[in-house]
Design a protein around this ligand. Sequence first.
Ligand code: HEM
Length: 480
Amino acid sequence: MASATQLLLSVVTATLIFYVGKFIRHRHFYSKLPGPPHDFLWGHLKLYSETLALFPPQSHFQVVVTTIARKYNLPGLFYMDLWPLGPEQLIIADPALATRYVTGRILPKHHRLSEYLNPILGEGNIITSNGARWKRLHDMLAPAFSSAHVSRMAGMIAQDVKIFHDILRDLANSGKPFRLQDKITALAFDIIFRAIYGSSSSAQTQGNDDLDCLDAVASAVVTARETWNPFKMRDMAHNGASAAKSLDYSITTKIRTRFDALKQDSIDDTLCFMFMLLSTHPDVVGKLRNEHNRVYPSDVETTLSVLEINPQKLNELDYTTKVIKETLRIYPIGNTGRAPDVPGPITYKGKQYPTKKNTLICPVQHTWHMDEAVFPNPDNFDPDRFTGMDRASQIAWRPFERGNRGCLGQTLAMDEMKMVLVLTIRYFDLKCYGLKPNEKPRVPWTNMDLVFGDRAFQEFTTEAKPRDGMMMTAARVKTG
Ligand code: HEM
């Protein structure tokens, strides 16, 4: 009996020694690497959570990384030791290094992305796949998003955007505040549905069950991520699975892998932030209106016809493109997470930086998009900064990421956002509703919250979303 107890004690002691040894080796390894102050007990966990607490609830981690990079003056590349709650991260904050490592090579997507996104996007989706599976999906989807195909679809897209225009007109007539995000999400869903299946989903006018199911899956996964309560986690897993089952049932007649692309709601996030920024920049709105009046007829019906007949005219919208680019510079919707293809050092400025099999390589666009050295006065919404911009800054703009794993939907997204602006900005003034500007800035690198309150900070759901659905009011622009 005594020997059984001794045996048990030895096993417990050996296990303890093993884990303490592992802990010490791990923390020691990261304490020697470039990064913010490292705590032997907490690694960077405490710093991370203290920095996150500076922001409103559920803020996107990219603002945490930017704050830490700025506070501790960490240019280029640094490590975040979030073990055991998260993988150790190698943050890339230099766009040139991102170009070298993410554009130049196809580093595999990190398994953490699959763990988080697969419950929402489905197993084997293009965003988290690697290798032959990704190649097959990419080759299948790429023609649907080519410039030529998007151009052919422009007329159909314009019709959906016109429905959005009509909805705004009714809202302007009513004067009632509304959640802009809901309206734009339905628009984006209609368009992408049409792009892939060639028919309308009528999400804007009648609502759509598939869209509701998508929302339910995403919201269950996000709630499960935010809670420590095991019962709530279980309930959310159940809710998410049953919404996903309904969705799968509803799309059995459609090609599942293509459906994955529907889960891109990045366009509506971007448009919400664009209208938010425009609401306080009448000078930018004036320039947009001038450009649209120069390229298109003044009335909405004839403009719609031109959009349908001659979609190439969208390429003449130089300033409009800059407005979209500037919005995505300040509010990128998220970033990629890669794993080293072969664990080994990354060479940067002549020095070598180690990676392990599990290291999450994270180029954080937001951090260099808000870097004074790359984009001067980064907190200013200034579309004209893209005029005559030097090559380094041009390449540093990477909200769609770049290279083989860059966004397939970029052309579609840009064209859609241009059409939305063309069919709205000359006809409506949109104003933020219920803003509560902060009295002092939450963090030193932005004053946006002095104007927009906590809405200035993107919320982390599946990507970087607007807070509270971006409540707005619309008013019709007086002509003559
Ligand atoms: C403003 C709008 C958009 C932004 C900012 C954006 C951004 C991105 C980013 C950053 C990635 C890389 C993700 C990663 O590496 O983990 C990506 C990938 C992708 N995006 Fe987008 N996206 C947008 C709209 C769209 C749209 C409308 C579609 C299509 C319906 C789309 C389809 C895709 C696909 C299929 C990929 C995966 C490409 C691959 O892995 O080969 N995106 N997007």
